[in-house]
Design a protein around this ligand. Structure first.
Ligand code: DAH
Length: 350
């Protein structure tokens, strides 16, 4: 019986040595040391032995169990280590590879322009006001001294929603709304940025949706000199300290006198180039002294109060400031265009 046990023990140890997985090893444990395992079966036959033999065989049996168990434990440790190494090998992380690029959002160039303008005017004591994009005719036209059938309404081809409501063609109605809403009829300083709409065919210089920034200052003894002073600060801040402004007479129904303001061309410095059509000046905004009819219509006494107003296109500012030649670029949302305005200094786009 001893020889047989020895054979079984050697057979078990040799199988354990060859086993390559934890699963095989657990099966081998069952095969040899389990309740009905090959080694346990020897216990059954022990009843036939004498006491002396029992003692001796018991020792051998125990020795076989311990040896097989030790071999199993050792093999299990090795198998676990092997499995771990294989897993690690598969999951290797090369920390020298470039990381994944996180695409951060950024500000649209028009938002940047509006933010910059707001910041400047707030520093000069102005508030920021807004009005509805679907506007009443009353505010878009009538209160701005453009009665029904006024020929200047034709200059602003409108999108009508009903017979009395339209997509606002300008931000000037916010002037009238601000004056109307000021119940005490006190002094006003506001700018009003916002979207505006006209039935234009889109091309490089026209867009049916565009952005205006309106300015209004109403008070005692406000004069053209105040308008010129404020706009000079504005132009120098947006386009640089070297820029000059030029005032030309113009016509707007809501201002008298009305002006067109030009800025000296930053590309050629006034010498003449394709940007300024060889004039040295670039048209930038419309402005004027608020018409007495507009003041009166909004409850302000024109004998007591005067004011100036101006309106400027945000796209126009951005196009001149950043050298953009097609107004449609603001609305097609090509990421390559938008990313140009949100680059970290020194970063090169791929
Ligand atoms: N609303 C005018 C336009 O869309 C721009 C403008 C001109 C606004 C003169 C004004 C102004 O407030 O005084 O063409």
């Amino acid at each position: 019986m001893n020889d047989e046990l020895l054979k079984i023990k050697e057979e078990a140890i040799s199988k354990i040595d060859k086993a390559s997985s934890l699963k095989d090893l657990s099966e081998l444990r069952l095969e040899y040391l389990g309740k009905k395992g090959k080694v346990s079966l020897f216990t059954k036959n022990m009843s036939t032995l004498s006491n002396e033999e029992k003692k001796e065989f018991g020792k051998a049996l125990n020795d076989a169990k311990v040896s097989i168990n030790d071999a199993l434990e050792e093999a299990i440790l090795k198998a676990k280590e092997k499995e771990l190494n294989e897993k690690l090998e598969k999951e290797t992380l090369d920390i020298t590879l470039p990381g994944l690029k996180v695409n951060k959002g950024g500000f649209h160039p028009l938002t940047k322009v509006i933010d910059e303008v707001e910041e400047l005017f707030i520093s000069m004591g102005f508030d920021v006001a807004s009005g509805p994009e679907i506007e009443e005719e009353l505010y878009n036209f009538e209160k701005l001294n453009l009665p029904k059938n006024h020929p200047a309404r034709d200059n602003q081809d409108s999108f009508y929603i009903t017979s009395e409501r339209l997509m606002r063609t300008q931000t000037s109605p916010v002037q009238a709304r601000t004056m109307d809403a000021n119940e005490e009829k006190t002094e006003i300083r506001v700018i009003c940025p916002g979207k505006t709409y006209r039935r234009d065919d889109d091309d490089a210089t026209h867009s049916h949706q565009f952005t205006q920034i309106e300015g209004l200052m109403v008070g005692y003894d406000i004069s053209l000199a105040n308008l010129k002073g404020v706009l000079e600060v504005f132009v120098k801040r947006m386009f640089g300290d070297d820029r000059e402004i030029r005032l030309r007479p113009n016509y707007f129904p809501f201002t008298e006198p009305s002006l067109e303001i030009d800025v000296s061309c930053s590309k050629c410095n006034g010498k003449g180039c394709n940007i300024c059509k060889n004039t040295g000046w670039v048209e930038i905004l419309g402005a004027g002294m608020v018409h007495p009819n507009v003041l009166r219509g909004c409850g302000y006494d024109p004998d007591k109060y005067t004011g100036f107003a101006f309106g400027v296109g945000a796209e126009r500012i951005a196009m001149l400031k950043y050298g953009i030649s097609d107004i449609r670029s603001f609305y097609t949302n090509d990421l390559r265009f938008l990313e140009e305005f949100n680059r970290v200094e020194g970063e090169v786009l791929k």
